[in-house]
Design a protein around this ligand. Structure first.
Ligand SMILES: NC(=O)c1ccc[n+]([C@@H]2O[C@H](COP(=O)([O-])OP(=O)(O)OC[C@H]3O[C@@H](n4cnc5c(N)ncnc54)[C@H](O)[C@@H]3O)[C@@H](O)[C@H]2O)c1
Length: 272
């Protein structure tokens, strides 16, 4: 399958990876961000707009076969900032898709929607066994994202795939990332699977690579057609030499949201 994808947050980290990888998989891109996207490629359309501007989003969505919504604040911040960019922004993305007749939306959710969920006592954690348990205002916005996505499937018949992304980084930078890493190439594969899976309805899947130390179950993502290729274990020796083996009783390793669930990590440290 291929078609035109409206990509919000196109100037960001994951947006940049997708701009590199999705065209090779046959997707044409309309790249939207609140800042200009650098190095626009031949054939790529560019829109500078705020995702909370419903009229601009609806205009941008016209003619697209899917919307990949990556725009927003990508970590903890103040409630006014998070609720506006991430909750209002997700509403506008979905509502614009509905108004413009775009049948499928892929949402950049987060593990932090379920951050306080403890590591299971052996075995892998399925998405269905990790209901909303946000660790931050940011996590709350990702719970709202899953709720809005579900609503737009049930009420309006859209297909919505919400990716509970782990740690999307060029390389793992901590021992937690040995379990939570999503590589650039696998991020492209995951979004491509979410775009091409036949009639997913509403689907919530973890977004991580094929890490040896994964404890989030990838069955649901694989059922969409996701075939991860990368494994953070190739970085393990260097990271373990510096940081030592993870202590699984430490919340950083024993809860989905890692350090976001620790006492030191509180929204009060964030200013607008
Ligand atoms: N990087 C990760 O490890 C990770 C993990 C879990 C979830 N996610 C989610 O994935 C998405 C992309 O993450 P990223 O790492 O690329 O983030 P990023 O911060 O690099 O990029 C976000 C982009 O969104 C744009 N943006 C912000 N507010 C906007 C607005 N109101 N209107 C239009 N554009 C706006 C920014 O300009 C930026 O280019 C985010 O929603 C983030 O919460 C990322």
């Amino acid at each position: 399958m291929s078609g035109l994808v409206l990509l919000s947050g196109a100037a960001g980290r994951i947006g940049t990876w997708l701009r590199g990888g999705l065209p090779e998989r046959g997707w044409a891109l309309r790249s939207l961000d609140v800042v200009p996207v650098p190095d626009v490629r031949p054939g790529e359309e560019q829109v500078v707009a705020d995702v909370t501007d419903l009229a601009a989003m609806t205009d941008a969505a016209r003619g697209a076969s899917a919307l990949v919504h990556m725009a927003g604040i990508s970590g903890e911040s103040t409630w006014p900032a998070i609720s506006h960019a991430n909750i209002e922004g997700t509403y506008c993305a979905l509502e614009a898709a509905r108004l413009a007749g775009v049948p499928r939306v892929v949402l950049a959710g987060s593990n932090h929607a379920t951050g306080y969920t403890p590591r299971p006592d052996g075995g892998l954690l399925r998405e269905v066994d990790a209901p909303p348990r946000p660790d931050t205002y940011y996590g709350v916005s990702k719970v709202a994202m899953e709720g809005l996505g579900s609503l737009y499937v049930d009420r309006y018949g859209l297909d919505v795939v919400c990716l509970r992304i782990g740690s999307a980084l060029a390389e793992p930078a901590s021992t937690r990332h040995l379990s939570t890493w999503l590589s650039p190439a696998d991020a492209v594969s995951l979004v491509d699977a979410a775009l091409t899976a036949p009639s997913p309805g509403f689907s919530v899947v973890w977004g991580v690579s094929a890490n040896t130390r994964n404890w989030w179950d990838l069955s649901a993502a694989r059922a969409l057609g996701y075939e991860p290729q990368d494994d953070a274990e190739v970085y393990a020796e260097a990271l373990l030499e510096v940081h030592g083996e993870p202590d699984l009783t430490d919340p950083v390793h024993g809860r989905v949201g890692g350090e976001y669930t620790t006492a030191e990590f509180d929204a009060e440290q964030f200013t607008a």
